[in-house]
Design a protein around this ligand. Structure first.
Ligand code: NAP
Length: 349
């Protein structure tokens, strides 16, 4: 690629609302270098991209969510990213500044011109740790912290038991650690391989782990949590959800973060639960309302400083799975959807 060329990732084809996405759904090609920035704009070089489960919805003709639009066929795909300023016509942005987009709006290309109003400056990060803005200090960290704080109903030192699904992933690993900091007595993670189970115990400090692919989740929870489950941070839904809810106590709390097990199914969000689970939720007065972090903007600053302090004090550990190269973005997304990641899956350009 010559100096004045650019490269982008685009949507080559849609997987269909009820099929698994494939690497071939994504294309990567050379594209024109952006025009000179106008007043209030800057030219950016993208450093890191975030691949997120939400992108699966954006691959459909209708995203099904109000806060992000579906990608058009052939369009450059958009999401979250970290970039640096390489030319500025904005008084508020200098060459070398690090930024992240305010929404899920960054075009997945090497170079782009954006208006100053569409980015947030990453004042506390540097080139070495800037990818934290996509995980622990980004939307996933906020989701986990605000979800647990607002919906977990954790009572410190009351020996509550918390269960987290997709516990080795970005939201799950952070949510579990937040639960521990806020005072949960016992922390159990559910994830997709024995290696992940070992990792979440050794590295993230979970007390126990269950591999849903090789163990029976319901009987394992019964065995590990004889006193029942008080808090469930649910990233997954489906059978795992039903197994956990079966073991939940009266007045316990589900943080309904995501339902990735059904993202390749043509069902509404959140998907309907089996009748016996609905009945059980009502009988035991379990709280379980849809949780969307974007509904809590007033909590962002508090949650971010909590995460930053906890990280600085070594109470929270971060982990990333890094794929290199813009052309491997589709691969990184598919691998994350299939559980190859531990912690936040990012793409380094
Ligand atoms: N509510 C909000 O505001 C909000 C904001 C951000 C994200 N989310 C949601 O949070 C969840 C986690 O997102 P993330 O970005 O942190 O991703 P992640 O957990 O880092 O990666 C996704 C993980 O999901 C697991 N998974 C995939 N298919 C599964 C299945 N059929 N059954 C069980 N587990 C499966 C895989 O781990 P295993 O190896 O363990 O299977 C994979 O590693 C998603 O549901 C996402 O939509 C919600």
């Amino acid at each position: 690629m010559s100096k004045k060329e650019n490269q982008r990732v685009f949507l080559r084809s849609r997987p269909g609302v009820d099929k698994e996405p494939k690497v071939e759904n994504f294309g990567c090609e050379v594209c024109p270098f952006p025009e000179e920035p106008g007043n209030g704009e800057a030219l950016f070089e993208t450093l890191y991209l975030s691949v997120d489960p939400l992108m699966r919805c954006l691959m459909n003709e209708d995203s099904g969510v109000v806060y992000a639009s579906a990608w058009g066929m052939g369009d450059t795909i958009k999401g979250s990213a970290v970039a640096t300023v390489i030319k500025s016509k904005s008084p508020n942005l200098e060459v070398g500044d690090l930024v992240t987009p305010k929404g899920f709006s960054w075009p997945f290309q090497l170079y782009t011109v954006q208006d100053e109003s569409s980015v947030l400056k990453l004042e506390n990060l540097n080139r070495k740790n800037a990818s934290l803005a996509l995980g622990l200090f980004g939307i996933n960290g906020l989701t986990s912290a605000i979800g647990v704080m607002e919906r977990g109903n954790i009572v410190p030192n009351s020996n509550q038991t918390m269960v987290v699904s997709a516990a080795a992933g970005s939201c799950g690993s952070i949510a579990g650690q937040v639960g521990k900091i806020l005072g949960c007595g016992k922390l159990i993670g559910i994830c997709g391989s024995p290696e992940k189970c070992e990792f979440i115990v050794e590295y993230f400090g979970f007390d126990e782990a269950i591999c849903y692919k090789t163990e029976d989740v319901h009987s394992e929870i019964k065995r590990i949590c004889p006193g029942g489950v008080d808090v469930y941070f649910d990233n997954v839904g489906g059978d795992i959800n039903n197994a956990v809810i079966n073991c939940m106590n009266k007045n316990s709390s589900v943080i309904l973060c995501g339902q990735i097990a059904v993202y390749n199914d043509n069902v509404p969000y959140p998907p309907p639960l089996p009748a016996d689970i609905v009945e059980l939720i009502a009988q035991r007065e379990i709280s379980r309302e849809r949780f969307l972090v974007l509904n809590y903007p007033e909590k962002f600053m508090h949650a971010l400083s909590f995460l930053m302090d906890s990280y600085k004090n070594c109470q929270i550990k971060n982990h990333e799975t890094v794929t290199t190269g813009l052309e491997n973005t589709g691969q990184a997304f598919i691998e994350m959807m299939n559980g190859k990641n531990i912690g936040k899956q990012i793409v380094k350009l």
